[in-house]
Design a protein around this ligand. Structure first.
Ligand SMILES: Nc1ncnc2c1ncn2[C@@H]1O[C@H](COP(=O)(O)OP(=O)(O)OP(=O)(O)O)[C@@H](O)[C@H]1O
Ligand SMILES: [Mg+2]
Length: 449
């Protein structure tokens, strides 16, 4: 599948209103094997950007009309993951700062020499390709995620990773750490939902000896022990209001106070938080502090669910087959066509995590050196079968017609792995009718409400 494709040449959009400069950059980059598309103004560049994909945008800062900074802001608002290299006048510190703050990936000072230009562009692209071995998939959506990882890695900004359960939030958090200057130091993950408030507080901030029963010795918290590294706060949407206040303080002051302690200790951690909850809704109804939300959401990275990036499924399947076959000390020739089809069409409510465990299990069950459809878990095999396989559980007596309808729809959605097309088939409804009903009843997968 992928092995027969020749890799696409990298495309660079070069923006400069000075013809000589533009042509010079174009020549240098073309000689190095890149596809270069020149634009003589910010406006023209925006038009080109909207029509086509670019790996890197190289733009001059000082231009007539829309300048480089305005262009950068427009590009970032359309596509936050865009990789922009800004060319600034020599010594213009303010422009550089402003560009980086506005989401530029890097900058070059004039006069730009050939070597520096090529190095900057090739480093960005190499960084992306390095992520390929860790973050599997080449859908537009996951490429966007990789570009975001690359862009945020260099800064110390707080990152908020969003996505349904099993989409790879922790994986992305680790990749940010790995690509960052902190990679040589510790990556410390803590699941905020797994600890009660007191334990979480002492875990994160540490405690002094005798501060509570059982505190027999002083202990440093993760904010302190992860110093110089990255602290990953998983399930951040689950922390209590009191903890939210303490986290906000730690983020604002860049210092923590141990439980039972009085003296604040300065901390140097890069914070990455993750959640599968709708934080905006939680802010709206007062369950999550707005000020903390803004502190955390400096750079959002959204990982779409697997069903919305089906182009990644087969690459992930091949990757997990290789991984788990190796664990079992077996060799596989591949995955049978009908099994691939099932995997491609399934709704994957548990996302990549569910896909991995399906493959791991199938490998254990497989009797030959090829994965067959019957090796796959039953929910995946049955998701595609005709409506006769719909096993409907009777709801309690005396419920209203509307509740009955709702219950039927939820059951059909669950049995089809939240695939609307297949649920509609099970229920004998049209796709649009079911979609309308889902909206009307506000039916969403658990974890997405
Ligand atoms: N793009 C990917 N390439 C390779 N492996 C992936 C990818 N995405 C996720 N995985 C793997 O899938 C599993 C689930 O990923 P991870 O734990 O990062 O998800 P999560 O979003 O944090 O899930 P949860 O919400 O359940 O905590 C892990 O084993 C991870 O390595
Ligand atoms: Mg996780």
């Amino acid at each position: 599948m992928t092995d027969t494709q020749t890799p696409r040449r990298n495309r660079i959009l070069v923006v400069d209103d000075e013809k000589n400069q533009r042509e010079l950059y174009q020549l240098i980059l073309q000689d190095a094997g890149y596809d270069v598309i020149p634009a003589a103004s910010g406006q023209l560049a925006l038009g080109l950007f909207e029509q086509s994909d670019f790996d890197v945008v190289l733009t001059d800062y000082n231009m007539n009309g829309m300048d480089g900074l305005a262009l950068l802001k427009e590009l970032v608002s359309r596509e936050p993951s865009v990789i922009v290299v800004m060319i600034t006048a020599f010594g213009s510190v303010d422009s550089v700062k402003e560009a980086l703050r506005s989401g530029a990936y890097d900058y070059l000072e004039k006069p730009v020499d050939q070597e520096t230009l090529l190095r900057t562009v090739s480093e960005a692209l190499a960084g992306l390709r390095q992520l390929d071995s860790d973050i599997i998939g080449n859908s537009d959506a996951i490429e966007r995620v990789k570009r975001m990882i690359l862009k945020v890695a260099g800064s110390a900004s707080t990152v908020l990773v969003r996505g349904e359960s099993g989409t790879g939030k922790e994986k992305v958090a680790r990749a940010v750490h790995q690509a960052s200057p902190r990679a040589g130091n510790v990556f410390q993950a803590v699941n905020c939902a797994a600890l009660n408030e007191n334990l979480l507080e002492s875990e994160l901030f540490g405690h002094e000896k005798g501060s509570f029963t059982g505190a027999t010795a002083q202990r440093k918290g993760l904010f302190e022990t992860a110093s110089g590294g990255t602290l990953f706060l998983d399930e951040i949407g689950d922390v209590t209001p009191a903890m939210q206040v303490k986290l906000l303080r730690a983020l604002q002051e860049r210092e923590v106070t141990r439980v039972g302690g009085t003296k604040p200790v300065p901390v140097d951690v890069r914070l990455i938080a993750a959640t599968n909850r709708d934080l905006e809704a939680m802010v709206k109804d007062g369950r999550f502090r707005e000020d903390l939300y803004y502190r955390l959401n400096v750079i959002p990275i959204l990982i779409p669910p697997l069903r919305e990036r089906r182009d990644d499924i087969l690459s992930l399947v091949d990757y997990f087959v290789a991984k788990h076959a190796a664990v079992e000390g077996r060799r596989f020739r591949g995955v049978a066509g009908d099994a691939r089809k099932l995997l491609l069409e399934y709704g994957w409510p548990g996302n990549v995590r569910q896909l991995e465990s399906a493959i791991e299990r199938a490998i254990l069950l497989a009797e030959t050196d090829r994965l067959e459809a019957e090796d796959l878990p039953v929910e995946i095999r049955q998701a595609n079968e005709p409506s006769t396989s719909f096993a409907f559980k009777l709801p309690p007596e005396g419920i209203s017609f509307e509740e009955l309808e709702r219950s039927l729809i939820i059951q059909a959605m669950e049995q089809s792995g939240w695939n609307i097309t297949r649920s509609a088939k099970l229920l004998g409804l049209s796709f649009r009718t079911l979609q309308y009903r889902l909206e009307k009843f506000g039916i969403r997968k658990r974890g997405e409400e």
